[in-house]
Ligand binder design. Structure first.
Ligand code: UT7
Length: 350
């Protein structure tokens, strides 16, 4: 029986529209220097009217399928991690399934905030490991800026939009997830939330317009310890030590969080992927987008041990070790070659 799930394709999409810190200076009482110093963010992408989480998810998935050499009819499962879907229902997963024409695929959304993509990757892997499915598409997609209060300087400067996707396929050799750790502590829910219209009427957002609330310092306190402990535990669960890890791809929420994690783990920053300066926090899209860029930049090689680690609303946390590579039985081409030769959805693929 095939009992591993290797990554055979990847893709990303970010909107064309770049929103700079200088533009934000005109909207709220902030400054380029404050944003850079406190967060590391210089600019972020923002959806245009024609873009949503599902349109971006579909484009990222198309690229990932193309790289994997799969067609829509081959897909058994689509999971979209998102907290900014187009609808309460139907799910983004169903919208992607329809647009791609993936007629055989089961499809659903998964909401675990910024940990959503790693929750989804772990979930899809279980379906493949049990032999239930062979080919899955896992996507993180967010039109998160549509939830922001553009008068709240404490939150509106932090987030951006985008999508990233991976194709997972059954294989016999031990590539793919070597360990995963998922966690939750719902008592942290009060620090970062977005009510919806089905909340108790007294809890409805003002004007019935969904807008996020965040207590930044409380989330920050939770984030650093969570990222460090989760990364350490996931590495231990894989039977590895930090020196075996080639690259860490953390959730991109704040450069200071990433750099504190790096210091506590005592790893050099050149073994950590950081792109928050160009995208801000894209919530469940942040890790797949960072992974796609790392592949494009030649930072991921066959045989590498990658650590993907995140924290988010809930609170939730997730960490996993991913052994990168495609066995000959599945791979149609060299992953590293394919990664280097593509544009990776920069500049708004339509
Ligand atoms: O994916 C998970 C989602 N969220 C996170 O990971 C967020 C985690 N938290 C953070 O990243 C940080 O807490 C923030 C970046 C949100 C805030 O940074 P901070 O260093 O914790 O600032 P603070 O909230 O303690 O505020 C310090 C000061 C305050 O002014 P006073 O009261 O000292 O006068 C804020 O009003 O900075 C002010 N401030 C700003 N000033 C200029 C807050 N936002 C801004 C801003 N521009 N955009």
């Amino acid at each position: 029986m095939n009992n591993h799930a290797c990554v055979t394709g990847w893709g990303m999409y970010v909107p064309e529209r770049v929103l700079t810190n200088q533009e934000l200076e005109k909207l709220v009482d902030t400054s380029d220097s404050w944003i850079i110093e406190r967060t590391g963010i210089r600019e972020r992408r923002v959806v245009a009217d024609h873009e949503t989480a599902s349109t971006m998810a579909t484009e990222a998935a198309r690229q990932a399928l193309d790289r994997a050499g799969l067609e829509a009819k081959d897909i058994d499962l689509i999971i979209v991690a998102t907290v900014s879907p187009d609808n309460y229902y139907p799910s983004c997963g169903c919208q992607v399934q329809d647009t791609l024409g993936a007629k055989r695929a089961a499809a659903f959304d998964l909401g675990a905030g910024c940990s959503g993509f790693l929750y989804a990757l772990s979930t899809a892997t279980q379906f493949i490991k049990t032999g239930a499915y062979r080919n899955a598409v896992v996507i993180g997609a967010e039109a998160f800026t549509r939830t922001l209060n553009w008068e709240d300087r404490g939150t509106c400067v932090l987030f951006g939009d985008g999508a990233g996707a991976l194709v997972l396929q059954a294989c016999q050799e031990p590539f793919g997830l070597r360990s995963f750790l998922l966690g939750a502590d719902g008592s942290g829910g009060k620090f970062l939330y977005l009510r919806n219209l089905c909340a108790r009427p007294g809890d409805w957002p003002e004007n019935n317009r969904p807008q996020m609330y965040m207590d930044g310092p409380e989330v920050f306190k939770f984030a650093v310890g969570s990222m460090v402990n989760t990364a350490r535990e996931a590495i231990k669960m894989a039977g590895l030590s930090l020196s075996d890890i080639d690259l860490i791809i953390p959730h991109q929420a704040n450069y200071r969080i990433i750099s504190s994690m790096t210091r506590f783990l005592k790893i050099p920053e050149d073994r950590v992927v950081i792109n928050i300066d160009r995208y801000g926090n894209t919530v469940s899209a942040s890790i797949p987008v960072a992974l796609c860029e790392a592949i494009r930049d030649g930072r991921v090689k066959d045989g590498d041990n990658l650590v993907l680690v995140s924290f988010g609303t809930g609170f939730t946390w997730a960490g996993l070790v991913l052994k990168w590579g495609v066995p000959a039985e599945v791979g149609k081409r060299s992953l590293s070659q394919a990664g280097a030769s593509r544009g990776d959805g920069q500049g708004g693929v339509k």
